[in-house]
Design a protein around this ligand. Structure first.
Ligand code: MLT
Length: 258
């Protein structure tokens, strides 16, 4: 499926994959900063932003195949830097496992390699069933929104919270249910980590309520070539909440590659 995307900037390619239930606009700070030196490509994953929202379960591997299809369409066959936040990180790990020769370096932000626990998967299925039944995604957003930010970002930046809320509300019920089911059934990729030899930047939010920083630490520890940067004061959306610190970490990491 051909995805909507932004593609701008000079230099080596950096692909950025957003989280759920966001879209490529979450990278606006990085498009300005990283994009002044690198060619930043930011797609909307299926069902998100302006990409199509087909029926069915949006498996993480299928989302990864969409990204590869986009890179093929752009004639980008050389290994490149691939970054992802949370769900975008799950997709990046799927690409690292199934298309390793497409990756020159990885950036895993506010994400994990493990699968859902049985309880989390069950709760996601419950939410998906409810969304299917009512056609209303607002309860899912209302539940997620405060958990996406650190407490201080949530309280001090109501305009950012409101902007994201507006963007999330544009998702269709079909896409929310399809993504929830895809996330709940994604494979565990912890065993893959020791085989990822490319340089990897791992970014954790010190106050991430969805992927606790300790879990990100464990993932970084299992990666043979990883640099871990923990962003103070950031929750689950470090590239939005503390973009200066995240931009600096990304630019520093990329500079060491080239
Ligand atoms: C995300 O930010 O992409 C989601 O929190 C991922 C998840 O719920 O596992």
């Amino acid at each position: 499926m051909l995805l909507s995307f932004d593609d701008d900037g000079p230099g080596p390619v950096v692909v950025l994959l957003h989280g759920f239930p966001l879209d490529r606009s979450m990278w606006s700070h990085q498009q300005a900063s990283v994009g002044s030196i690198y060619r930043v490509i930011a797609p909307d994953l299926r069902g998100h932003g302006t990409s199509a929202a087909p029926d069915g379960v949006y498996s993480v591997d299928e989302m990864a195949d969409d990204v590869i299809e986009l890179l093929d369409a752009l004639q980008l066959h050389e290994p490149l830097t691939l970054g992802g936040l949370s769900m975008g990180g799950y997709v990046a790990l799927s690409i690292a496992e199934r298309y390793p020769d497409r990756i020159r370096a990885l950036m895993l932000m506010n994400t994990r390699a493990s699968a859902d626990s049985e309880e989390t998967a069950r709760l996601r299925e419950e939410m998906a069933t409810e969304v299917d039944r009512t056609g209303d995604i607002e309860p899912v957003i209302a539940k997620m929104l405060p958990r996406l930010f650190s407490l201080s970002s949530f309280q001090e930046h109501p305009e950012t919270v409101a902007r994201l809320h507006g963007r999330m509300s544009r998702m269709t019920a079909r896409a929310v249910a399809g993504t929830l089911r895809g996330l709940a059934t994604r494979p565990d990729r912890m065993a893959l980590l020791p085989n990822i030899k490319v340089p990897t930047l791992v970014i954790a939010g010190a106050e991430d309520q969805i992927v606790p920083a300790e879990e990100t630490d464990r993932m970084a520890g299992a990666l043979p070539n990883a640099r871990l940067v923990t962003i103070a004061g950031a929750g689950h959306l470090a590239p939005i909440e503390k973009h200066e610190a995240v931009d600096a970490a990304i630019l520093d990491f990329l500079q060491a590659l080239w």
